[in-house]
Ligand binder design. Structure first.
Ligand SMILES: [Zn+2]
Ligand SMILES: [Zn+2]
Length: 656
C-alpha cells in the first residue's frame, strides 16, 4: 500500500499502482467523471498514470487552469489524428494549448487548407471523439523513437528528438495516432464534447522567416456544447465591443502614422474620460493621504543603472539620446523618479508613511508585432503611486491599497476579479530573487494575511514574484466574461536599498523603508480599452463625454433647447443641442448611435411648461420632467458615479 496525501492534509492508503482516476472514483463517481488530470508531487500527470510511491495528490477538473490546458493539448492531438486520417503523409511540428484553445503546426506539402477543410476536420474530430479512445502513454528508448519517425519520414519530430535524452522520451497514442509528447493528457477522447476550429494561419518553422512556412490550425474545445455556445456568443459580443471599433465610432482616440505606432492620440471625447478617471483617482488618493508629484519624462542613464532597469529592461526602453556626452532615456517607469523625490529631503519616522502619486507618462518599446489598439501601446499614462513605509505600517498600508482596488471595482461594476499572489521560489534566492529569505517569508505572509482577512478572492502562484518582492496581479472580467490583466501591486524591499533611501527611526538610527508599488486603475490606455468593451461604449453618465443631448422637435424650439442647454452647463453637465433641421426620429436615432446617456426632447408643450421629455439610453422614454428636477436627478447620478443602470442593462443583454 502507498500513502496518498490530499490538499486538505488528509492521508489515505491505496494499492501501489493506483491512479488519480481510480482514487477519484473511490471518493465519488461524479468526481471521477470530471477528473481531467492530476498534480502528483508537484507535477501535472495523466489521471490514468500509475502512482507507485507515497505521493501528494491534487485532482484537476475543467475548472482548473491545468485542467483546461491538458484538455486543449489533448484536443490538439485529436485534431492531428483527424488531419492525418484525411491527409496522409502530413508532418507535424508542435501543438500546444494556448490561452483559449490550442493549435498545431503542420507541413501539408503543397496542400492549402480552406474553410471547408476545417468543417470536414471538425466532423472527423467529432467522430473520433465519440469513439472515446484512451490516451495511452508509453516510455520509449531514444533509438526506437528515432526509428519510428525516420520510418514515418517526419523530420520535424526528429528535430525535436535531437534535444531529448534517452530515458525522458515518451509517446502518446489515441486511436490511430501516435505523437512524441511529454504529456499529460486527459483519460480519453470521449470527454471532448464540443469542437470548433477557429482559424488557419501561416507560421514559420521555429518562428524563423528563413525557414519553411508551416500551416497552423487554431481550435477550441469544451466538455459540453453549452459551454461552446456561450463562448461563441461571447466572441461575437466581443467583436461588437472591440475597443478599436468603438473608439473610432465614439471619437475616443486615434492613431496616426506620422505620430508612430502604439502612440495614441486622445480626441476631446477620450480626454473627457481621462479627466474623469483622474478626478476619481485624485479624490480617492487625497482621501487616502497621498501627495501628488510631477516628474520629467526623461532621465540620465545612471538613474536606470541604479534602479537595475538597465541593462535588464533595455529591450523594452526607447534607445537613448545623447546630449553633451550624456545618455538620456525616456522613462519606462516612474519609480526611480519617485525614489529621488523621497531622497530629496531628510526623512524621519514621523514622515512615514509617505505616499507619492502621479498620473505618470511612461514610454515602453513594445515590439511592433505586440502592439494592439489601446491594450499594448508605447506611450502610457499610469495611475501610479509609491508608498514608503516602515515594516510596522506595512499591513495597514497594503490593506488600504487593497481596499482601494475593491472600491474601484464597485464603481465600475466589476463583479468578477481575482488577485494572483506571486511568490518567490526559495531555491532561486540570489539568482532570480533578492537573497533575503526572512524578508520574503515575512512580506509574503503579510500580503496573504491581508487578502485572507479582507475576504478577497486570490490564488497563489509559486516562482512568479518580481525580483524585489512578492506581487499581486489583478485579473478582472468584463461584462461579457472576457479576462483582462489590470495592474500589479508589488511589495519591494530591494529598491530602497539600491537607492540608499533612509529615514531616521524612533531609535535615531537610519532605516530603509519598504516600498509598495501600486496602480489600481492601470494605465489610461488599457483601462479605457477595457471600459469600452465592458460598457459596450455605453458609459455611465459620470464618464460619458456628452451626458445630455437636447433635441428640439423643430427649429421653432431651438431657442428653448439652447436655454435648457445653458441651464445644464451651468450645473456642470456636459450638454449639446442637436440644431440640425432633421426630423426628430432621425435626431433620436443618431444620438442613440453615439450612446449619449440622456436625450431631452423639447416641443411646444415642454417649452410652455418649462419641461423636458426625457429618454434614457437603452430604456427609451422615461417621462416628462421639470428642467430643475432633471438637473437634480442627473447631478446626483453623476456625483455618486452611479453605473448600476448601465450594468444591469448590459447583463441582461449578455445573458439573453
Ligand atoms: Zn502532445
Ligand atoms: Zn513602481
Amino acid at each position: 500500500m502507498i500513502n496518498i496525501k490530499f490538499p486538505d492534509g488528509a492521508v489515505r492508503q491505496y494499492e501501489k499502482g493506483t491512479n488519480a482516476l481510480a482514487i477519484a472514483k473511490s471518493i465519488s463517481e461524479g468526481l471521477a467523471r470530471k477528473v481531467i488530470a492530476a498534480d502528483v508531487n508537484g507535477q501535472v500527470w495523466d489521471a490514468t498514470r500509475p502512482i507507485n510511491n507515497d505521493s501528494s495528490l491534487k485532482l484537476y477538473t475543467w475548472d482548473d487552469k491545468e485542467g483546461k490546458s491538458t484538455f486543449w493539448h489533448s484536443s490538439a492531438h485529436l485534431m492531428a489524428e483527424a488531419v492525418e486520417s484525411l491527409f496522409p503523409g502530413v508532418k507535424f511540428w508542435v501543438g500546444p494549448p494556448v490561452e483559449n484553445g490550442f493549435y498545431y503546426d503542420m507541413d501539408l506539402g503543397d496542400r492549402k487548407l480552406t474553410e471547408e477543410d476545417l468543417a470536414t476536420l471538425e466532423k472527423k474530430m467529432n467522430e473520433l471523439a465519440k469513439q472515446a479512445n484512451a490516451y495511452m502513454r508509453k516510455e520509449i528508448p531514444k533509438a526506437e523513437a528515432v526509428k519510428y519517425f525516420t520510418d514515418k519520414g517526419d523530420e520535424y519530430k526528429l528535430d525535436l528528438l535531437q534535444n531529448l535524452n534517452d530515458g525522458e522520451i515518451s509517446f502518446y497514442s489515441q486511436g490511430n495516432f501516435t505523437d512524441l509528447c511529454r504529456g499529460p493528457h486527459i483519460p480519453n477522447t470521449g470527454l471532448i464534447k464540443a469542437i470548433k476550429l477557429t482559424s488557419i494561419a501561416g507560421a514559420y518553422w521555429k518562428g524563423d522567416e528563413k525557414n519553411k512556412m508551416l500551416t497552423r490550425v487554431y481550435g477550441i474545445t469544451f466538455p459540453s456544447q453549452k459551454e461552446l455556445d456561450a463562448y461563441l456568443l461571447m466572441l461575437e459580443e466581443a467583436k461588437k465591443r472591440d475597443h478599436r471599433k468603438l473608439g473610432k465610432e465614439l471619437s475616443i482616440f486615434t492613431m496616426d502614422d506620422d505620430i508612430g505606432p502604439g502612440l495614441a492620440l486622445w480626441l476631446p471625447n477620450g480626454t473627457i474620460i481621462i479627466e474623469e478617471l483622474e478626478r476619481l483617482a485624485k479624490e480617492t488618493e487625497a482621501d487616502g493621504g497621498y501627495k501628488r508629484v510631477v516628474t520629467p519624462h526623461i532621465a540620465k542613464e545612471n538613474l536606470y543603472l541604479t534602479s537595475g532597469h538597465l541593462p535588464y529592461y533595455q529591450d523594452s526602453m526607447y534607445p537613448p539620446m545623447e546630449l553633451d556626452g550624456t545618455k538620456y532615456y525616456l522613462k519606462a517607469m516612474n519609480c526611480p523618479h519617485h525614489h529621488k523625490i523621497f531622497a530629496a529631503e531628510p526623512k524621519s519616522y514621523k514622515d512615514m508613511p509617505l505616499r507619492l502619486a502621479e498620473y505618470g507618462t511612461c514610454y515602453r518599446y513594445e515590439q511592433s508585432g505586440e502592439l494592439f489598439g489601446l491594450m499594448r501601446v508605447r506611450c502610457l499614462h499610469m495611475n501610479d503611486a509609491h508608498i514608503y513605509c516602515t515594516k510596522d505600517q506595512f499591513y495597514e498600508e497594503f490593506k488600504a491599497v487593497n481596499d482601494m482596488y475593491l472600491k474601484y471595482f464597485k464603481i465600475f461594476g466589476i463583479d468578477k476579479y481575482v488577485m494572483r499572489l506571486s511568490l518567490h521560489e526559495p531555491s532561486k534566492l540570489g539568482k532570480k530573487y533578492v537573497d533575503e529569505p526572512e524578508l520574503w517569508k515575512e512580506t509574503e505572509a503579510l500580503v496573504r494575511d491581508v487578502l485572507i482577512r479582507t475576504n478577497t478572492p486570490f490564488i497563489e502562484v509559486q516562482d512568479e514574484a518580481a525580483f524585489y518582492g512578492p506581487k499581486i496581479d489583478v485579473q478582472i472580467w468584463s461584462t461579457i466574461g472576457r479576462e483582462f490583466t489590470l495592474a500589479t501591486n508589488q511589495v519591494d524591499f530591494a529598491q530602497g536599498r539600491r537607492f540608499k533611501l533612509e529615514f531616521t527611526n524612533s531609535d535615531n538610527k537610519p532605516e530603509t523603508p519598504l516600498i509598495i508599488h501600486r496602480a489600481p486603475l492601470g494605465t489610461h490606455e488599457r483601462f479605457i480599452g477595457f471600459l469600452l468593451e465592458h460598457y459596450a461604449g455605453k458609459f455611465p453618465a459620470w464618464l460619458a463625454p456628452v451626458q445630455v443631448k437636447v433635441l428640439p422637435i423643430s427649429d421653432k424650439f431651438l431657442d428653448y433647447a439652447k436655454t435648457v442647454q445653458k441651464k445644464l452647463k451651468k450645473a456642470d453637465i456636459r450638454a449639446e443641442v442637436d440644431d440640425r433641421s432633421e426630423k426628430i426620429g432621425k435626431k433620436i436615432r443618431d444620438t442613440e448611435i453615439l450612446k449619449v446617456p440622456y436625450m431631452l426632447v423639447v416641443g411646444e408643450k415642454e417649452m410652455n411648461e418649462n419641461k423636458v421629455a426625457v429618454r434614457r439610453h437603452g430604456k427609451g422614454d422615461v417621462g416628462v420632467k421639470g428642467v430643475d428636477d432633471f438637473i437634480n436627478e442627473i447631478t446626483s447620478e453623476i456625483e455618486e458615479r452611479r453605473s448600476d443602470e448601465v450594468n444591469s442593462e448590459q447583463k441582461v443583454q449578455v445573458s439573453q
